[in-house]
Design a binder for this molecule. Structure first.
Ligand SMILES: C[S@@+](CC[C@H](N)C(=O)[O-])C[C@H]1O[C@@H](n2cnc3c(N)ncnc32)[C@H](O)[C@@H]1O
Length: 286
């Protein structure tokens, strides 16, 4: 184990308990000493093992259930693929985004985040409308960023081309540069190996704006591991989890190959589409 607090002999998490809760976990280290640790676990169990104020940055893209529930009211076209059988009953599990669940989730995020640090949480339109006030109660919300995916996707009435990223802080911390716009034009991933795979550059923007090399970045909804690859690109340590074993299988192979060959096996090319976003990413490099 590369992070002290993941050590199985630690009092609070005796080995037996840990084994039951986590059936797959993997650790990686680059030759420069950057650590990555991922595990198959439910978000709440994972977060409960992380000590208070031990993480420098949280970047995350939760699996919301709200939109699916809304879409079931329509013709069901969009959820068709999403609800295909996979790991369990669904292609991947939903994180039930009730207010109570979300308060608990964000409360845990606040507990583990160091003082004067940032958090980025991705939202679709439905979840933003219902859950943004909860983020405000727990963190200081600074901006709502628009991710412009450039190509339209599916959707009722207007077809979706964007998602939101809520940027918030615990205490006071500046961004690494004043040149970051609040609209990020980054092409969506088409024919992804993992459903809902996000472009690495999306997470790279968050890390470039809010982290320094050596920081520990956390993402408890890992998916294909794009946030882990972004952390490695920026010289940051990473810890993450996902409840789906397909996520751990795909992301661990991706991380391993990236460390060994400096090659991202799930995303061949850079997805940034406009000069201001590209510039911000380069200037934000610390
Ligand atoms: C929107 S996807 C994340 C995609 C990821 N950002 C990427 O680029 O591939 C959400 C992820 O949350 C995971 N998930 C759902 N419920 C979870 C839970 N209770 N605990 C941990 N992960 C969960 C799903 O398996 C899915 O991989």
């Amino acid at each position: 184990m590369v992070f002290d607090f993941f050590l199985p002999d630690q009092k609070a998490f005796p080995h037996t308990q840990r084994k039951e809760e986590q059936d797959e976990s993997m650790d990686f280290q680059t030759k420069e000493g950057v650590n990555v640790s991922i595990s198959r676990e439910d978000v709440f169990k994972f977060l409960s093992r992380i000590p208070n104020e031990s993480v420098d940055l949280i970047v995350t893209d939760p699996a919301y259930s709200g939109m699916n529930q809304m879409l079931k009211l329509g013709r069901g076209k969009i959820i068709g693929q999403y609800s295909e059988k996979g790991d369990g009953q669904k292609r991947f599990d939903e994180f039930h985004d009730t207010k109570e669940n979300y308060e608990r989730f964000l409360g845990e995020c606040r507990r583990i985040l160091k003082a004067n640090r940032h958090i980025y949480i991705m939202f679709d339109s439905y979840s933003l409308l219902s859950l943004a006030p909860t983020v405000r109660n727990i963190f200081d919300v600074k901006n709502v960023i628009v991710w412009d995916k450039l190509n339209i996707g599916l959707g009722h009435y207007f077809r979706r081309r964007h998602e939101f990223i809520v940027f918030a802080s615990k205490g006071k911390k500046r961004l690494n540069s004043r040149n970051f716009p609040d609209v990020w034009r980054i092409k969506r991933i088409t024919s992804a190996k993992y459903p809902t795979q996000k472009p690495v550059e999306l997470f790279e923007m968050m890390i470039a704006a809010s982290a320094e090399p050596g920081y520990t970045v956390l993402d408890p909804f890992l998916g294909s591991g794009s946030s882990a690859i972004a952390s490695l690109k920026r010289g940051c340590n990473f810890i993450g989890c996902d409840v789906a074993s397909s996520s751990i299988k795909i992301s661990s192979e991706r991380i391993k190959q990236f460390i060994e060959l400096k090659k991202d096996i799930l995303q061949a090319e850079n997805k940034i589409e406009d000069i201001p976003t590209k510039k911000a990413l380069l200037n934000g490099k610390s």
